[in-house]
Design a protein around this ligand. Structure first.
Ligand code: NAP
Length: 373
C-alpha cells in the first residue's frame, strides 16, 4: 500500500484540501499519515481512516518512509525540510502548495486542466516535484488559458482584488476582528437614523487609525480599506506576487518565448476569492463571439457571464463564487483604445482552483501513475 504523508492539513489551504478529499472520497487506496509542526502527539484529523497520532513534521526519518508527501504548510517549512529529505536519499513525490520550489528546473507547476500534457511528460521523465501555482495565476489560467493557447495574447496586464484568506488562517481572523471593531465604532450612530453621516464616517475612520486597531498580521487596516501590496519587494519595483504573474504563467504554459505580463496586486477585505480585471493586447482583432466561445469551451468550470448589470451582480463576485469550483468570466468587451484591446473580469475561489484543487488532483494523478505499472 502506498504511504502518503500530509503536512499543513489544518491551515487554510490544508483544511480546504481535506474537505475536498473527503467530499470526493479520495482517502482510499493508500495509508495516510498526518504530521504537524506544533501539535505532535495530538489526534490526527478524522478522514474516515485509522491513522496514528500526529507525527513530527520535521522528522526526516518519518518523512523518508513516505512514497508521497503532500504539504500545505508554507515555504518556510519546505525550505527547511525538503533539502534534508532529498539529501537523506528520499526518492518520493513531493506535492506542495507553497512557492518555494515552483521555479526550480526539476519542478512542474501543476494545473492539470491547463497543462496536463506537461504533467504527463514530467511523470514519464521521472520528475518528482509537483508544485501548485500561485493562486492568482492559476485562476487567471483557468479563466483564459485557452486564449494563450490559441496565440491570441500579445501581452496582458492584471489588476487584482485578492482576499484575506490568501494570506492564511490568522489573517482571515484578523479581517473579521477589524470588521467587528468598525461595527462597534459605528453601532450607536447607526442605531439612530437621525445621526449625521459625517459623524458615522468620522468614528469609523478614527477606529481604523487607532493604535489598538487589530493589525498585527496585515500591518494595516484592510476592513474599510485596501492594501496595494502583496508579498515581498523586488528590485524591479514589483512585488513578488506581481512578478509571479509573468514567471509562473509562462512556466505553466511551457512558453519558449515568454509573453509579457504585469500588473498591480491588491489585497481587499473579502474572506475568500481572488478577482482580477485583465487588459489584453490581442495579436489581432479577434471578434468577441470567437473570444467568448474559446473561453467557454476551455474546461468544465469556466462560465461566461453576459455583460449586463443583472448577470454581473448575480454571478461575478466573491459572494457568488465562494466555496465553489466555478470560474465566472464576464465584462468581456473591446476597449475603446482599439479593436485589439480586450478587457474582462474574472473571479475564482483561490482556496479551491488557486490552491487545494490542483494539489488534490495531482495527488490522484501521481497515485494513478504509481499504481498503473
Ligand atoms: P496557514 O493558514 O497560515 O496555515 C499554515 C500552517 O500554520 C498550518 O498548517 C498550521 O501548522 C499553522 N497554524 C498556525 N496557526 C493556525 C491557525 N490558527 N489555524 C490553522 N493553522 C494554523 O497558511 P495557508 O494559507 O494554508 O498557506 C499554506 C501555503 O499555501 C503557503 O505557502 C501559501 O503561500 C500557499 N498558498 C496559499 C494560498 C491561499 O489562498 N491561502 C493559495 C495558494 C498557495 P501546524 O499544524 O503545523 O501548526
Amino acid at each position: 500500500m502506498l504511504k502518503v504523508g500530509f503536512i499543513g492539513w489544518r491551515g487554510m489551504v490544508g483544511s480546504v484540501l481535506m474537505d475536498r478529499m473527503k467530499a470526493e472520497n479520495d482517502f482510499n487506496g493508500f495509508d495516510a499519515l498526518f504530521a504537524s509542526t506544533s501539535q505532535v502527539g495530538q489526534a490526527a484529523p478524522d478522514v474516515g481512516l485509522e491513522t496514528p497520532p500526529l507525527q513530527d513534521a520535521f522528522d526526516i526519518k518519518i518523512l523518508s518512509d513516505m512514497d508521497i508527501i503532500v504539504t500545505c504548510q508554507g515555504g518556510g517549512y519546505t525550505k527547511k525540510v525538503y533539502p534534508d529529505l532529498r539529501a537523506a536519499g528520499w526518492k518520493g513525490y513531493w506535492l506542495d502548495a507553497a512557492s518555494a520550489l515552483r521555479m526550480d528546473p526539476d519542478s512542474i507547476i501543476v494545473l492539470d486542466p491547463v497543462n496536463r500534457d506537461v504533467i504527463d511528460q514530467g511523470l514519464a521523465d521521472g520528475v518528482k516535484n509537483y508544485i501548485g501555482g500561485n493562486c492568482t495565476v492559476s485562476l487567471m489560467l483557468m479563466a483564459i488559458g485557452s486564449l494563450f493557447k490559441k496565440g491570441y495574447i500579445e501581452w496582458l496586464t492584471s489588476m487584482t482584488y485578492q482576499a484575506s484568506s490568501g494570506a492564511g488562517a490568522n489573517n482571515m481572523r484578523e479581517l473579521i476582528r477589524q470588521m467587528t471593531a468598525l461595527g462597534a465604532a459605528g453601532k450607536d450612530l447607526l442605531a439612530d437614523p437621525a445621526s449625521s453621516i459625517l459623524d458615522l464616517d468620522r468614528n469609523v475612520t478614527h477606529a481604523m487609525r487607532a493604535e489598538d486597531f487589530p493589525r498585527e498580521n496585515f500591518g494595516a487596516a484592510l476592513a474599510g480599506s485596501l492594501i496595494p501590496w502583496i508579498d515581498s519587494p523586488l528590485e524591479s519595483g514589483q512585488t513578488r506576487e506581481e512578478w509571479k504573474g509573468f514567471a509562473e504563467t509562462n512556466k505553466i504554459l511551457g512558453n519558449a518565448t515568454p509573453i509579457p505580463i504585469d500588473g498591480i496586486c491588491v489585497r481587499i477585505g473579502t474572506m475568500r476569492c481572488h478577482s482580477q480585471a485583465l487588459t489584453i493586447k490581442l495579436t489581432r482583432d479577434v471578434p468577441i463571439h470567437e473570444i467568448e466561445s474559446v473561453i467557454a469551451d476551455a474546461n468544465d468550470w469556466v462560465k461566461l457571464v453576459p455583460n449586463t448589470k443583472e448577470d454581473t451582480l448575480k454571478y461575478l463576485s466573491p459572494a457568488a463564487v465562494s466555496g465553489g469550483l466555478e470560474i465566472p468570466v464576464g465584462r468581456i468587451r473591446k476597449l475603446n483604445t482599439g479593436p485589439e484591446f480586450l478587457s474582462l473580469f474574472t473571479v475564482g475561489d483561490q482556496l479551491l482552483w488557486g490552491a487545494a484543487e490542483p494539489i488534490r488532483r495531482i495527488l490522484k494523478i501521481v497515485i494513478g501513475h504509481l499504481t498503473a505499472g
